[in-house]
Design a protein around this ligand. Structure first.
Ligand SMILES: Nc1ncnc2c1ncn2[C@@H]1O[C@H](COP(=O)(O)OP(=O)(O)OP(=O)(O)O)[C@@H](O)[C@H]1O
Ligand SMILES: [Mg+2]
Length: 421
């Protein structure tokens, strides 16, 4: 059966084009809306990394048929749910006896609820809910994930799943998370970002669940966040909710407005699971190609040193994003996120390799490897950055102890901190 489908894409109220998918031929297409091109506004929304060209012609893609991009141009694949979102999506579909849906239908469900500012239409409408019960959400998410681990037959509450589906599937990443908005004046929390307005703070919340890892992962992330900021890395204001869930303000919602954001993977088509394309050198080259301010190149260097020093091996290409400025059509390095001790410290991992290589290495990276990269991208005082970062070692451990992170956990992290100089 032929399955040609089309979906429209908009940005800041402009219909920019449409995506087509021919699942039989394993091929997708994108065509700009000629009227949008003729307007000559919003230039450079998809920087010319060899994927989307600014032309009226239909552009065809067959090179993105993999688990990361699901057949469509990476710029749009960025809007699809990731591991956690897909688990919820699947459980929700099953709860209404539907098995699979196409990638474009998934985008139709994303509609105008996606991360960043790209919107898809016609959207599949789902009834909105306006109140939130965090405990109930956690209970259901826990149930879904438990069911995934065991093979037990148990039917999940469709309505509860629908609520999580609406607020938990847009953000990427593997860990359980939801999007919420907090009324600035009253502190009242509502689900999702129904009210993209200046009266609300929009948060991404990484949920603390009881799982097999059995340590306060989100509290550790909160401690890492505080140290990262001290090192000079920009991160959005973040806090713990109920002393255990990590809530971070969204950089794709600012001053009540949406921001167009793409990950390094989405901008380039570099598959974040492919080691050949995953390197800090590529990330620096991309940043340089995007002409981000030099101070942000230096900050990127600090992020790399932070990850190397404090054991964040999960520094993959979807953990780095860029933000578009619609006034002058430039791109900036987005604030950092997902900076944490990536592996379960209570387990022993042998031969752990980091996602992004430096000088061709994924382990045993030395100061010389960093100096070479600093030289290539004219980063000033790399040794100073390395020394300064390492100097926060004790503060990080103290912070974790103050937050009652079990000693066995903080001790393991302490042991794995690397002195690069
Ligand atoms: N403060 C933020 N503002 C806007 N978007 C964010 C923010 N923090 C994270 N994101 C987006 O949400 C996604 C998931 O967040 P994050 O990487 O922290 O989750 P994760 O589940 O731990 O990811 P991973 O699969 O890498 O372990 C990110 O890839 C990023 O696109
Ligand atoms: Mg991540």
């Amino acid at each position: 059966m032929a399955s040609n489908r089309i979906i429209n894409v908009s940005l800041f109220g402009n219909e920019i084009g449409r995506i087509g998918l021919d699942e039989d031929q394993m091929r997708s297409s994108f065509q700009y809306n000629p009227a949008f091109l003729a307007n000559n506004t919003l230039l450079n929304i998809f920087p010319t990394t060899g994927i989307i060209k600014r032309t009226e012609h239909v552009q065809l893609y067959s090179q993105f048929n993999n688990g990361t991009f699901k057949g469509i141009p990476p710029q749009f694949a960025d809007s699809l749910p990731d591991l956690f979102g897909s688990i919820i999506f699947k459980a929700w579909l099953e709860s209404k006896n539907q098995q699979t849906i196409s990638v474009l239908e998934q985008l139709a469900y994303v509609g105008n609820r996606g991360m960043g500012a790209l919107e898809y239409s016609p959207a599949i409408k789902i009834q909105e809910n306006t109140s939130i019960n965090l405990d109930k959400i956690i209970e259901v998410v826990q149930e879904v994930l438990d069911l995934k681990r065991t093979t037990g037959e148990k039917s999940l509450d469709h309505q509860a799943l629908l609520n999580i589906f609406k607020i938990g599937t847009s953000a990427g990443g593997a860990r359980p998370k939801i999007l919420i908005s907090e009324e600035k004046e009253t502190g009242k929390i509502i689900p999702g970002d129904l009210e993209t307005s200046d009266e609300y703070n929009h948060y991404l919340v990484k949920l603390a669940l009881d799982d097999e890892t059995n340590y306060p992962r989100e509290v550790v992330e909160f401690c890492y966040y505080q140290i990262a900021r001290k090192v000079g890395i920009r991160m959005m204001d973040s806090k713990l909710i109920d002393d255990k869930h990590f809530a971070t303000l969204r950089f794709d919602r600012q001053d009540g407005k949406k921001k167009h954001v793409l990950t390094a993977s989405g901008l380039t088509g570099w598959d974040y699971k492919n080691p050949d394309e995953s390197s800090y050198e590529n990330l620096f080259k991309l940043s340089s190609f995007l002409k981000i301010p030099h101070a942000q190149m230096e900050e990127l260097f600090k992020r790399m040193v932070f990850n190397l020093t404090f054991g964040n091996v999960d520094d993959h290409l979807k953990n780095h994003s860029f933000i578009y400025n619609k006034l002058d059509y430039t791109w900036q390095l987005a604030p950092a996120y997902d900076l944490t001790y990536a592996l379960n410290p209570l387990l022993n991992f042998r031969n752990t390799k980091r996602a992004l290589s430096v000088n061709g290495k994924r382990s045993g990276i030395t100061l010389n490897d960093l100096l070479k990269l600093a030289d290539d991208f004219t980063i000033k005082n790399p040794e100073g950055i390395v020394k300064n970062t390492f100097s926060y070692k004790e503060q990080l451990i103290d912070l974790m102890e103050n937050h009652d992170v079990p000693k066995a956990v903080s001790w393991k992290m302490h042991e794995s901190i690397v002195e690069l100089i």
